[in-house]
Design a protein around this ligand. Structure first.
Ligand SMILES: [Zn+2]
Length: 279
């Protein structure tokens, strides 16, 4: 088995929305904002080469919407999903499985793309099975008005129409070395992959702990549907991660891919900054 960190690009989101009740005087030290209060975030996917399977966890926001849509998100830097895959010698057609932690556009938008003459939406990974779960899928297809702007039909419906969608039970192992933790604070039934790798246990934190700056328990995104649930889930998972010496991988941290943990007088915090390719 081999793991790769695959950055699908950097974008910007409002710092206040990303840190919830935390005041700017504090979060601005963790991720400094630009003149519009926007902070830079990564869309860092996890690529797992496991025997003859090549499993991509999340895939960024893709490129199929109009310029006006992307103008809200200030994409910047040189990384893209395709260029990052290519760096490791892979292309979209090599992907056998796409695991979607959840269907917010910045996690699943790369799943579906336009064909050459932009007349039809089609899977960006033609040889892949796309994995989600029934509870989250139904939630995303019938969104509440607060979450609606994150669940874009053009990212979701064509996956089902392609016939490449498979619903999995997050409570069951995905493969010998990959399982999931289901969490319900950020959105309904988000799946966090947990991978056994070279003697380590690596947990991909998706939007439960989007960056290293979100490790303190009350640092919960304003976007979360059930923030009190997120508090409990973070507390439980971070304790287990510390006890069992897990590594955490951050999807949105602009710089830090991965850390191990230590207990400090303030709570559980990062200890060493690590890189997936150096594990
Ligand atoms: Zn999300």
């Amino acid at each position: 088995m081999k793991l790769y960190s695959v950055n699908a690009g950097h974008f910007k989101l409002d710092g206040g929305a990303m840190f919830g009740v935390v005041p700017k005087s504090i979060w601005n030290r963790l991720n400094p904002a630009d003149e519009n209060n926007m902070c830079s975030w990564a869309m860092r996917c996890l690529l797992i080469e496991d025997g003859n399977r090549l499993i991509l966890v999340d895939n960024g926001m893709g490129d199929k919407q109009e310029a006006k849509f992307f103008s809200y998100y200030y994409l910047h830097g040189n990384d893209s999903l395709e260029s990052s895959l290519k760096k490791y010698g892979f292309g979209p057609d090599d992907i056998t499985d796409v695991v979607l932690t959840h269907l917010h556009f910045d996690h699943c938008g790369g799943s579906i793309k336009y064909n050459a003459d932009r007349s039809k939406l089609q899977p960006a990974f033609k040889n892949a099975t796309y994995h989600s779960n029934r509870k989250h899928w139904d939630w995303a297809m019938n969104p509440n008005s607060r979450e609606k702007a994150s669940f874009l039909k053009e990212n979701i419906v064509p996956i089902e129409e392609s016939g490449q969608l498979k619903f999995i039970d997050a409570g069951k192992p995905f493969s010998e070395n990959i399982s999931f933790i289901e969490v319900n604070g950020h959105t309904e039934a988000m799946m966090l992959p947990v991978v056994k790798y070279k003697g380590h246990t690596l947990a991909y934190m998706a939007d439960l702990v989007p960056s290293v700056g979100h490790l303190p328990i009350p640092y919960v995104m304003g976007y979360d549907m059930r923030p009190l649930e997120t508090l409990k889930e973070k507390d439980q998972i971070l304790r287990k991660a510390l006890d069992e010496n897990w590594l955490l991988m951050f999807e949105h941290d602009p710089k830090t891919e991965c850390v191990n943990l230590e207990r400090t007088e303030k709570g559980i915090r990062s200890k060493d900054i690590l890189r997936i390719e150096e594990l």
